[in-house]
Design a binder for this molecule. Structure first.
Ligand code: SF4
Length: 680
């Protein structure tokens, strides 16, 4: 039998590795790395090597389902599509356009995200469209846009190989972005790069760090201000850079004055000598990279945390050069692209604001519609709250699983139960689709064409390797069919490349993108025209918005701190072996074998006090609920803190988490809440 080898892009993390799928004509039977891809470069992590397994799992959704008397029954596409379109339309007409909402997905393609926001805005006339970036990097989009003018990673992944200093904070890089983590480790071991790690957990990278500090959860603004205090006190700031390129230095200087190393030690537990050493190493370097992820963004002060890191980088002149910048590592494969495509409540594709009349007129003309909505819509958490209170009556979710991924799962379940109509589109049944009236069977990444945009702004192709399983359809086709049944004829495409042509026409940062230009390794935005080669690093010569702005932020404590009753601080996150809500990785035998069940990490001193050991069962309780879970005793967490990975629905960490959000980015505080732990 002649096997087919199809080059595509990994569907897990934001590294966006190039992967070959091996197909026997009907099924995908293997995967291996692309030898020349600029990120994977002949390597993959364990998730990429095993990516083929979930594609052909026997419990894939092969037909649409309609719930009748509480039981799902297989249905014909025509019935499922017409029912979805008519129920959403009826609700919109009865209660008004803002009574329906749309959750798009960081797992689907750029083209599909663009269509979801087009469906929401052009067909249903609501800006109630959002996706899970709200839960991971909304703070980055807001914080970096305010300080630099662009809310994206400033540099490229291959630039990690030549940086002199890395400041890694709130990112378990080797576990979550393994191909970036390995570049950092190689730079330290082979090129003598210096590594500073500031993280409440003793992550793998801390073993390679010249300076490692564990700060108290939720005290990031304080230590970052402390580093800037040291830099200014020791006159290490880049005066020429600041004069030429950044405004508001005096305001920053004034604010950080009070964050002396002594005061910062009191707030954060970071020893003052270490803070001073870290500040000196970072400020004196020529090529320094800040690397961060959700440990920074998922706080009620997420935007302040991001702005503070941007301040630190600008103070030291470390933005706008090769191997030098601020690098938020995007979580899911296409979370960057879903944001770029405007699957957000406040912007069209390319971050063109819905409140800007000129932008609305432009999209009205391109889409052949009138009166696009001019008010910012509801975000993910607001949509769920709206469903709970009855403000949102109809919801269409594509490729998301909020019952497991959103904070306070009990509240999410009640909210979904309260809807008049819910349609969920996915490739497997999930805890969320159980609440649906209609389940639409989507296609996996191996069964469709499209593009993903990775964390370094690289828009790259995915390619159809096999036919759709059963009667399932590509998400872009399903969305177009719903639009058609709502009476809109502006979504007729015969191939995703035509959608990309439309995206390029209305989205300046994607203006030069077209499928024939994306072979083989894609293009990095901004790529404004068809002759443009793409952009390796941002802010060269000047910031995207002209001059950068220092935005000083004062330290504010997290929304919920431990007290006498709830005496531990809980933080949540991911493990190397699994991805997000586990829908794909928990169907992959190698990954499930390595990490088959949930656990709570606990410091040995706390374990001794509670008289528990690794494997003991405990009850972890917050003000929102409780779960029973096994203990893993480890020094990777600091005393009086516990950590739970959120992949496992049988002990779902998000039953416990606090839905309090950052006031601007509306991102929930997944990284800090108060819990108690009791031996069972
Ligand atoms: Fe690469 Fe990330 Fe996929 Fe691993 S999960 S193969 S690092 S893209």
């Amino acid at each position: 039998m002649k096997l087919k080898h199809v080059l595509t892009t990994c569907v897990y993390c934001g590294c966006g590795c190039g992967i070959h799928l091996v197909c026997d004509g009907e099924k995908v039977i293997g995967s291996y790395p692309s030898g020349n891809h600029p990120v994977s470069n002949g390597a993959l992590c364990v998730k990429g090597w095993n990516i083929y397994e979930f594609i052909n799992k026997s419990d894939r959704l092969t037909n649409p389902l309609i719930k009748e008397n509480g039981v799902f029954k297989e249905a014909k596409w025509e019935k499922a599509l017409s029912l979805t379109a008519s129920r959403l339309k009826e609700i919109s007409e009865k209660y008004g356009p803002d009574s329906v909402a749309f959750l798009s997905s960081a797992k689907t393609t750029n083209e599909e995200n663009y269509l979801m926001m087009k469906l929401s805005r052009a067909v249903f006339k609501t800006n109630n469209v959002d996706h899970c970036a709200r839960l991971c990097h909304a703070s980055t989009v807001v914080g970096l846009a305010a300080t630099f003018g662009s809310g994206a990673m400033t540099n490229s992944i291959d630039e990690f190989e030549e940086a002199e200093v890395f400041l890694v904070t709130g990112s378990d890089t080797t576990a979550q972005h393994p191909l970036i983590g390995s570049r950092i480790v190689n730079s330290v071991l082979e090129k003598n790069a210096k590594l500073i790690v500031i993280d409440p957990r003793k992550i793998e990278l801390s073993k390679y760090a010249q300076v490692y500090c564990a700060q108290k959860n939720g005290t990031d603004v304080a230590w970052i201000n402390g580093m800037m205090n040291v830099i200014i006190t020791e006159d290490l700031q880049d005066k020429e850079y600041i004069k030429e390129r950044v405004d508001e230095f005096e305001a920053l200087k004034e604010l950080v004055r009070e964050y002396t190393p002594e005061k910062v030690e009191e707030i954060t537990s970071i020893p003052k000598e270490k803070l001073i050493e870290a500040a000196r190493i970072y400020a004196k370097a020529k090529k320094a990279m800040i690397v961060y992820a959700m440990g920074i963004t998922q706080h009620t002060t997420g935007v302040d945390n991001v702005k503070s890191l941007a301040n630190l980088a600008m103070l030291s002149g470390h933005v706008g050069f090769d191997c030098t910048g601020v690098n938020p590592l995007r979580g899911q494969n296409n979370v960057q692209g879903a944001c770029d495509m405007g699957a957000l409540s406040n912007v069209f594709s390319g971050y063109q604001k819905v409140v800007d009349e000129a932008a609305r007129k432009k999209f009205e003309k391109a889409w052949g519609v009138e009166n696009l909505p001019d008010k910012v819509g509801l975000t993910v958490t607001e949509i769920i709250d709206g469903a709970a209170t009855g403000k949102i009556k109809g919801l269409y979710i594509v490729g998301e699983n909020p019952v497991i991924s959103d904070p306070d799962s009990t509240h999410v379940r009640k909210a979904l139960e309260n809807l008049e109509f819910l349609a969920v589109q996915d490739i497997f049944m999930t805890d969320t689709s159980e609440y649906a009236d209609v389940v639409l069977a989507g296609a996996s990444f191996a069964e469709k064409d499209g593009t993903f945009t990775n964390t370094e702004r690289r828009c790259e192709r995915i390619r159809k390797a096999i036919d759709c399983v059963g009667t399932s359809k590509a998400d872009w086709e399903i969305i177009c069919e719903i639009a058609k049944r709502c009476g809109y004829d502006g979504m007729n495409y015969s191939h995703p490349s035509e959608i990309m042509d439309e995206i390029a026409a209305v989205t300046p940062i994607y203006g030069g993108m077209a499928y024939d230009r994306l072979d083989p390794w894609g293009l990095q935005w901004p790529c404004p025209d068809k002759a443009h080669p793409g952009t390796k690093f941002l802010h060269k010569g000047k910031f995207s918005k002209g001059k950068g702005t220092f935005m000083p932020c004062a330290y504010k404590p997290p929304a919920e701190l431990p007290d006498k009753e709830y005496d531990f601080t809980l933080s949540t996150g991911r493990v190397y072996w699994h991805w997000h809500t586990g829908t794909l990785t928990r169907r992959t035998s190698t990954l499930e074998r390595e990490a088959p069940e949930a656990y709570v990490e606990m410091h040995p001193e706390n374990a001794e006090k509670l008289k528990v050991r690794t494997g003991s069962l405990v009850k972890v309780t917050s003000r929102r609920g409780s779960i029973d879970i096994k203990v893993k005793v480890t020094e990777e967490v600091v005393k009086d803190s516990v950590f739970i990975p959120f992949h496992f629905k049988e002990a779902a960490a998000n039953v416990l988490t606090n839905p309090a959000v950052d006031p601007v980015a509306k991102i929930p505080e997944y990284k800090v809440c108060a819990v108690k732990v009791e031996k069972i």
